[in-house]
Write a protein that binds this ligand. Structure first.
Ligand code: AMP
Ligand code: MG
Length: 428
């Protein structure tokens, strides 16, 4: 299958307008244009944390491998139970976790059993110790109605059945998955190789941390937010620093990035007014389109694929403003990079929450306002906006714990209306 060009992808859209592109359409184009990087490596189980599984993991064994007890108590035959009266049972011995009770259990008999111990032959039910009376080494009494047939018995294979997929390809390995792999006795797993992402900042006004801040200059913060976001996504990063706005430096930077990475992320130099060479170089080196997206912050963005010396890389030319960089990264690049990694990417979970104040919003663009989610006096979740929402005010991102997503068609919000929010942090 040959790779589609951007014009092939956009030709399928009836109302494509690069100068007024809705967020959903931009996401769709990116998704259709991007293909996963297929390179697999085997890693030891602990090193698989946060990596993308490259194949289904089939369970080689049943977990648990035997029917066993979920409680400390007595294993018995449910046919011995009497719904009207207590029954006295003879205790034959004890089954420990890892040390089974061998031998049959007949009518009127039971075995003292610990959690995780194999169910003795003939027993189908465990009565928890605290429900029994008059227990001794030789006998115990089970009152009427404290246990039903089959209670407190864990079945062989109920967690994972041999031959069935335990984890599926594309899953990002979380702590529970590490435990699950260990429970199967698996020591090594195939994962996708890490994605290599090169990034640099463009703009003659930018100074790097450690340099003196000349008149009219700003410190380059975008390389640091990008470093953080890419690292958290599990990418291998190539930080190429600040590139001066001259054609030779830019060409060298784009070529080197493209030859060494799967994806290249730049910030700055893609807006309309920019009197610089960034856009020109992007266009010269590949199949790149320049968008004005119906969104705020983050209107200008370049996307495509660049090539140099037989190597190619996807390109995300993010805007320069620090909040716009983060928003376009999270809502366009993140999804695309995960897709390149071969990860299953479920849609980001939005929650409906009451807005504490009115928010002005024009229909016809998507707005990502930075919010603080809290619990109101009524115990319900509520959200307020973090002060000034200017695309250069990075503090609005730092103070926020969520993004308020005001959708394309949506208009202004009144205080007390429900809005969609996307939380920054989850449990895992
Ligand atoms: P541009 O998109 O290049 O026109 O930049 C838009 C705004 O973002 C300008 O105020 C730039 O100074 C600022 N900016 C661009 N790149 C960075 C960066 N790496 N760190 C901080 N601010 C930046
Ligand atoms: Mg610039």
């Amino acid at each position: 299958m040959t790779h589609p060009s951007l014009s092939d992808v956009v030709s399928c859209l009836s109302d494509y307008d690069p100068n007024a592109l809705p967020v959903a359409q931009a996401r769709q184009i990116i998704r259709e244009f991007i293909t996963p990087v297929n390179a697999v490596e085997k890693v030891a189980i602990r090193s698989a944390l946060e990596r993308v599984l490259a194949a289904d993991v089939i369970s080689p064994i049943d977990v648990p491998s035997h029917d066993n007890s979920a409680m400390d108590g007595y294993a018995l035959r449910s046919t011995d139970l009497d719904p009207q009266a207590a029954v006295a049972l003879r205790v034959l011995g004890t089954a420990y976790a890892g040390r089974a009770y061998d031998g049959p259990v007949g009518s009127g008999e039971c075995v003292r059993i610990m959690t995780g111990a194999v169910m003795p032959d003939g027993c189908d039910t465990v009565v928890p110790q605290e429900f029994t009376v008059d227990g001794s080494d030789t006998s115990v009494s089970v009152p009427a109605g404290v246990v039903r047939a089959g209670d407190n018995r864990r079945f062989r294979g109920e967690d994972l059945a041999a031959g069935k997929p335990a984890l599926s390809k594309g899953k990002i390995v979380r702590p529970a998955d590490l435990g699950l792999l260990a429970s199967l006795g698996i020591a090594e797993v195939p994962v996708q190789r890490r994605l290599r992402v090169a990034f640099f900042s463009t703009g003659d006004e930018l100074r790097s941390v450690g340099e003196t801040l000349d008149q009219g200059c700003v410190y380059d913060s975008n390389r640091y937010t990008l470093y953080g976001m890419l690292t958290r996504l599990g990418c291998d990063i190539i930080d190429m620093g600040v590139i001066k706005d001259d054609p030779a430096s830019l060409e060298a930077a784009f070529r080197s990035a493209c030859e060494n990475a799967d994806a290249v992320i730049t910030s700055g130099g893609v807006s309309v007014g920019a009197a610089d060479y960034t856009k020109q170089m992007m266009a010269e080196l590949g199949d790149v389109t320049f968008w004005k997206i119906g969104m705020r912050p983050g209107r200008p963005m370049a996307f495509g694929k660049i090539a140099s010396n037989g190597k190619s890389a996807y390109l995300f030319g993010l805007p320069g403003n620090p909040v716009a960089v983060m928003v376009t990264f999270y809502f366009f690049a993140r999804d695309a990079l995960l897709h390149m990694m071969g990860a299953q990417v479920p849609p980001l979970p939005l929650s409906r929450v009451i807005s504490q104040s009115a928010i002005r919003k024009k229909p016809g663009r998507t707005e990502y306002q930075r919010g603080i989610l809290s619990i109101g006096e009524d115990g319900r979740q509520q959200v307020r906006i973090t002060g000034s929402q200017g695309s250069g005010i990075l503090r609005s991102m730092s103070d926020a714990n969520c993004m308020v997503v005001l959708h394309h068609e949506q208009g202004s919000v009144s205080a007390g209306d429900a809005v969609d929010v996307l939380l920054f942090e989850g449990l895992i």
